[in-house]
Design a protein around this ligand. Sequence first.
Ligand code: AMP
Ligand code: MG
Length: 404
Amino acid sequence: MLSVQEAFHLILETVQPVAPRQSSLFDACHCVLAEGTISDVNIPPFDKALMDGFAVRSADLPDGKATLQILETIYAGNVPALPLQAGQTSQIMTGAPLPEGADAVVQIEHCQINEEQQTVQIETAPVSPGTNMLYRSSVLEIGANVLEAGTLLRPQEIGALAETGSSQVSVRRAPSLSILATGDELVPPEEFPQAGQIRNSNEVMLYTQVLQSQAHPVALGIARDERSHLREKINEGLKSDFLLLSGGVSAGTLDLVPSELQAAGVKQVFHKVDLKPGKPLWFGILEQEGRSPCYIFGLPGNPVSSMVCFELFVRTAIRQFMGFPAPKPVPLQARLKTDFQSSGSRPTYQPAQVEWESGEAVVTPLKTLGSADLRSTVSANAVALFPEGNQLFQAGLKVDTFLW
Ligand code: AMP
Ligand code: MG
C-alpha cells in the first residue's frame, strides 16, 4: 500500500499551481504572491516626526533644557521652509518632515510656548539624535525587496504592498471546493435520525475546514448510494477546482464512488494509503479541454478519517494549487505527557492535545473509540504520529505532532 509520504509526493506531482492573475490589492487578501515585489519609494521618504511637538537640534538639549526660537509650524503633508540653526526650533506634527538641521523631536507635553516672544521653553530628559523620529529610508530603501513570491497575503502584507507602490500584484487565488456527502443512511443535521440513519456531520465539518484553509466551499448536499443520483451530483461538483466526496470509497457493495468517478472521466491517481485513520482515501484528476483540471478526493466516510485526511492531504493540495513554496504539513516535535500504547499494522495519527509548558511542546494522546468517534476530537488541537506495530511509547519521548 502507498505510504503517506508517497501519497504526498503523488499529490504534489499531480496538482499544478493555478495560473497567476493580476489583482488589485482589494481582491488579493488570502491569495499567494506569484512574483516578488520591490519598493518604488524610501520608507520613510524623509526624516519623519513620530510625535506632535518641536523639531530640535539634539546638540541644543544635552541636558534636556533650553529656550528655543520658533521658526514655523510644519504639518503632515508640508515641506519645511526654514532650516534650523543653533538655538532654533519649529513646531511639528506627527508624520511631518523634519526641517534641515533637526535630528530629534521633543513631545509637546514637555514644551511651554511663549506666543509673544515666539519662543518655547523645553524641559525634558537629555535629547539624543533620532529621538521621536525615523530617519529617511531606515525601514526600507528604494529598490529593496518587499515580499517574496510564495507569500500568503494577509492584511499586513496588503498594507506593505500598498505602501511600496505595488497596487496591482500577480497572485494565485484560493480554489473552490465542492463537498458531496454520500450515503443512504444520512439525514441533514436538522432532522432527527430514524432507524438505521445518522446525521450528515461530514458535510458541514469539511465545509468549515475549507473555510479555515481560506478557500471557497460549495455544499452539494447528500448523494444517495444510487448510480444516477451520484453521477448527477458528481458532475455538478466537477465544475469546481476540487471535488471532495465523503464516504463510498471502501470495499462495501454500495461504495460506488471510485467507479462513478472513473465513469465521469476522472483518472485515478491512487486509492488506499497506509495510515490510520484514513486508509480508503481515493485521489484523482479530471483533465478538461480549455479549462483547468479538477482534483478529486474521495474521503473515507468515518468522520475522524475524513477530518484527518483533509488536514493532511486536501490542505496540502490546496496549498500546492495556491503556489505555497512548502505545501506539506510541517511536524512539530512534542514530548509525550503520558505513556501511549500503539497498536495495529498502520502508522497512526492519534487525536491529541498539544500544550506549552515552559516554552516546550508537550502532547497528550486522547482516548478514542476509533475513526467513528468524532466526539474524541473535540478536545484535540493536533494529531500525534505513532509508527505501526504494538509498542509502548513512554512519557517523555519526543513524537511528531501536526497542529490543527
Ligand atoms: P462509508 O465509507 O460510506 O462506508 O462510510 C463509513 C462510515 O462513515 C459509515 O459508518 C457511515 O455511516 C459514516 N459516514 C459516511 N458519511 C458520513 C457523513 N457524511 N457524516 C457522518 N458519518 C458518515
Ligand atoms: Mg457509504
